[in-house]
Design a protein around this ligand. Structure first.
Ligand SMILES: Nc1ncnc2c1ncn2[C@@H]1O[C@H](COP(=O)(O)OP(=O)(O)OP(=O)(O)O)[C@@H](O)[C@H]1O
Ligand SMILES: Cc1ncc(C[n+]2csc(CCOP(=O)(O)O)c2C)c(N)n1
Ligand SMILES: [Mg+2]
Length: 310
């Protein structure tokens, strides 16, 4: 008998994620999943869509695209400092081959981070796409939010920026084996770093999906502070300048390139952050707006980061 959506779900999704978490009482198979949190814990939920030709190039393999989509969604849990505990994946596919390919990437990514697939939906669609809902938990009152930066905080970055954008540029220009291309295949949700930062007492964080400047503005605006960032302090700045033939394209990628999913966070100057975890790239100040400096010189930046409807 040929596959229909029910046999596809049984074969390719049921039991294909990471291990079950005590949070989940009922997973795939019923009308809904059932969950319960321990006293003193809070539930953190986020949802994220990825669409072919918008979030990944049409000539990228669908299992990699699905892997990336799950990781991008998990990154929002990392940004909140939550432990990932369950994922729901809606798969919208042009045909059953696409379902199988996307299921492979979903399974691989969830096993990598050992998060259970507890439900989802599978349907035919004019365009291949995924919508990924993620749930996490953390001790009540400890979530790292965007609106809690203070005027004297330092600004830190855990992870790299610019690499994904440079990889995408190479891929789109036909250079499928360019030195940066592998960065578009491997989105890393910084889950362990997020939990570590939250446990250290960090309270203000977001993940950089749309570009350093745009996301820094989100954090600064939400907190009602200004921010000064020294762009040359981002990890591997000089490497980027050398590898992409100059600091101009490196600046463009670092400032506006999204999808590296580094964690941008602020912390009081008294808080010691290990070098292995993050680098200091700036400071908050009273006022508004994000000022970018390059070797101490204020830069005038007109462009925005990634915007869906521009
Ligand atoms: N259609 C919608 N309905 C309700 N809330 C929405 C909708 N779209 C976005 N939001 C909310 O707006 C806020 C910002 O959404 P956005 O997708 O920009 O999140 P982000 O974490 O900044 O970016 P990313 O999704 O790239 O991680 C989130 O709280 C999100 O839940
Ligand atoms: C084919 C193709 N074109 C452009 C991009 C770049 N891109 C798409 S969405 C996004 C921001 C994050 O998404 P969201 O804000 O929806 O979470 C970025 C930087 C890509 N990855 N693939
Ligand atoms: Mg986010």
């Amino acid at each position: 008998m040929s596959d229909n959506e029910f046999s596809l779900i049984d074969k390719h999704f049921k039991g294909k994620g990471g291990h079950s978490h005590p949070f989940t009482r009922l997973a795939i198979g019923d009308d809904a999943s059932v969950h319960g949190l321990k006293d003193g814990m809070e539930l953190v939920v986020s949802t994220d869509s990825s669409v072919e030709n918008v979030h990944w190039p049409h000539d990228m393999s669908l299992d990699l695209a699905a892997d990336r989509s799950v990781c991008a969604a998990l990154s929002d849990l990392a940004a909140m400092g939550a432990e990932a505990i369950a994922v729901w994946v809606n798969v919208m596919a042009k045909d059953k081959h696409a379902v199988k390919a996307m299921a492979k990437g979903v399974s691989r990514s969830l096993r990598r981070y050992n998060v259970e697939l507890v439900g989802g939906d599978t349907c035919r669609s004019a365009t291949n796409a995924l919508s990924v809902t993620v749930a996490g938990q953390l001790p009540a009152g400890t979530a790292m939010c965007r609106n809690t930066a203070l005027a004297d905080d330092n600004v830190w970055l855990a992870g790299r920026v610019g690499f994904h954008a440079l990889g995408l540029k190479q891929w789109m220009s036909g250079d499928k084996h360019g030195e940066f291309v592998h960065h578009i295949n491997e989105i890393t949700p910084r889950l362990a770093a997020g939990v570590h930062l939250r446990e250290m007492g960090v309270r203000c964080c977001l993940d950089v999906s749309d570009g350093l400047l745009q996301d820094a503005r989100h954090l600064a605006d939400a907190s009602g502070v200004g921010m000064d960032i020294e762009v040359t302090q981002v990890p591997e700045w000089l490497h980027l300048c050398h590898q992409v033939a100059g600091c101009e394209p490196a600046f463009e990628a670092v400032v506006h390139g999204g999808e590296d999913y580094a964690l941008l966070f602020t912390a009081p100057a008294s808080m010691v952050i290990p070098n292995a975890l993050a680098v200091k790239i700036g400071t908050c100040r009273a006022g508004t707006g994000v000022h970018l400096y390059r070797d101490g010189v204020l830069c005038s930046v007109k462009k925005q980061g990634y915007l869906h409807f521009e």
